[in-house]
Design a binder for this molecule. Structure first.
Ligand code: PNS
Length: 166
């Protein structure tokens, strides 16, 4: 019998905003991990649509029924945050081969910086393979319907923030 080990995982990202693709990865990761922290990067160099506080509350509301999930934010290096949380896994979602190159580079850098944290790639369901936060912001800004791509609370906040959208 293999040793039972505990997986303390972090799912980091910008989540600006959370999509149904992210939620799919969160459900898959929560099924694997003992504890999963969704960690929003607080990046002062970027101008996000939603503040960290708004993203925290939208993700909390969308994941409230998943018992082993917690939502937090971090600044600085991901591996330093992982060390503070005693995490041994970093979760990243892969949609298509185009995600692979940058994700591989990040995983290898993070492993060099902190070998105790292993990156685990999860494949989003194929129905989410074309969804990205950037596309959602573009579609809704141009008046398109994104209701199939984001959780209800995100749709509501997008409509409040961008009143011209539908
Ligand atoms: O959702 P995103 O924007 O693809 O997430 C990228 C993220 C937040 C995972 C990445 O930018 C990150 O980890 N930033 C923290 C800074 C860091 O640790 N950089 C070195 C490793 S790439």
């Amino acid at each position: 019998m293999p040793d039972a080990r505990t997986l303390i995982a972090i799912y980091p990202g910008s989540f600006d905003p959370l999509t149904n693709g992210h939620l799919d990865i969160i459900h898959r990761a929560a099924n694997l991990a003992d504890h999963l922290t969704i960690a929003i990067l607080n990046n002062s160099a970027k101008q996000p649509l939603f503040s960290v506080g708004e993203r925290l509350s939208m993700i909390r509301e969308s994941t409230s029924k998943i018992a082993n999930v917690e939502v937090d934010s971090f600044s600085g290096l991901l591996v330093d945050y992982a060390a503070r949380r005693s995490a041994n896994g970093i979760i990243r979602g892969i949609r298509a081969i185009s995600d692979y190159e940058i994700e591989l580079q990040m995983a290898l850098i993070n492993r060099r910086l902190r070998p105790e944290t292993e990156t685990l790639f999860l494949m989003a369901g194929e129905e989410f393979s074309f969804i990205s936060s950037r596309m959602i912001k573009e579609i809704i800004t141009l008046g398109g319907d994104v209701s199939a791509f984001v959780p209800p609370v995100v749709l509501k906040r997008l409509r409040e923030k961008l009143p011209a959208s539908r």
